[in-house]
Design a protein around this ligand. Structure first.
Ligand SMILES: NC(=O)c1ccc[n+]([C@@H]2O[C@H](COP(=O)([O-])OP(=O)(O)OC[C@H]3O[C@@H](n4cnc5c(N)ncnc54)[C@H](O)[C@@H]3O)[C@@H](O)[C@H]2O)c1
Length: 257
């Protein structure tokens, strides 16, 4: 077997949450290019169009309207993937939101909304899909954390986001520890500033905040969604068969300083 064969996902089934756009969609394309069927789980109207985009290039793809904060939706998502493809090999927990608000001002409901999607959502979908993977005795779960789970971004105030992503990192290690015995690997990717729908308004507006972000980045630029494709495929595939509980920081060097 050549090393390239280890990256193949031929005939596998991958669920990617929040894959209607942005980083999730780019990572789903990487898995599809390696041969995987794709299940897009999102609340955005664009999910169906994204699935159609995959089908146009010959990929078996399905869009499921699922809110990651809803356990019933998560169960429906796992059932839909099983019904369509008979198994679930890969789960990328990517759906996420961010709010810039000072700790002294943030409303409790905003704090809870961020924790609910970013941390509870990862747990809820992992539990529903993890139960299937335990039955299969095989699976790879990839959680999209953030460098904000490791360092505090500046100058914006986003304590809810930072806390949620730190939680994702520890949840990743906890699930990796509990589920290694079931042959399920659980890893996290911690991206730095990436240009997507989430951050585009800031990059377009420019100004002091974005200047500060780039000044603090050794590579002096944001990443592009395709720059997460390689790590996503590595973690999804057999190429990473001895990798679990790990956090891969992909940030253009931001956390060096
Ligand atoms: N863009 C960045 O700079 C950056 C940096 C580090 C980490 N991240 C993380 O990467 C992930 C993707 O970010 P992005 O920039 O592509 O964001 P994005 O806003 O472009 O896309 C997020 C997707 O998640 C979906 N989503 C939101 N809430 C949902 C819910 N409750 N249920 C299901 N789907 C939901 C949205 O509809 C959207 O399709 C997030 O977890 C984010 O925190 C992003």
């Amino acid at each position: 077997m050549s090393v390239f064969d280890k990256f193949s996902l031929k005939g596998r089934c991958s669920i990617v949450t929040g894959a209607a756009m942005g980083l999730g969609k780019a990572m789903a394309h990487a898995l599809a290019d390696a041969g995987s069927h794709i299940v897009i789980a999102d609340i955005a109207a664009g999910a169906a169009a994204a699935a159609a985009e995959f089908r146009q290039k010959g990929v078996r793809a399905l869009a499921v309207r699922a809110d990651v904060t809803n356990p019933e939706d998560a169960r429906r998502l796992a059932d839909a993937a099983l019904e369509a493809f008979g198994r679930i090999d890969v789960l990328i927990n990517n759906a996420g939101i961010c709010k810039h608000e000072k700790a002294e001002d943030i409303k409790l409901e905003d704090w809870q909304a961020v924790l609910d999607v970013n941390l509870n959502g990862v747990f809820i979908v992992s539990q529903a899909v993890g139960r299937v993977m335990i039955g299969q005795k095989k699976g790879s779960i990839i959680n999209i954390a953030s460098m904000s789970g490791l360092v505090v971004n500046t100058p914006q105030c986003q304590c809810s986001y930072n806390a949620s992503k730190a939680g994702v990192i520890m949840l990743t290690k906890s699930l990796a520890s509990e589920w290694a015995q079931h042959n399920i690997r659980v890893n996290a990717i911690a991206p730095g500033y990436m240009k997507t729908e989430l951050t585009r308004p800031y990059f377009e507006r420019g100004g002091e905040m974005v200047r500060r972000w780039l000044d603090l980045s050794p590579m002096q630029r944001p990443g592009t969604p395709d720059e997460l494709e390689g790590i996503a495929l590595y973690l999804a595939s057999e190429a990473s068969s001895f990798t679990t509980g790990a956090v891969f920081v992909i940030d253009g060097g931001y956390t060096i300083w």
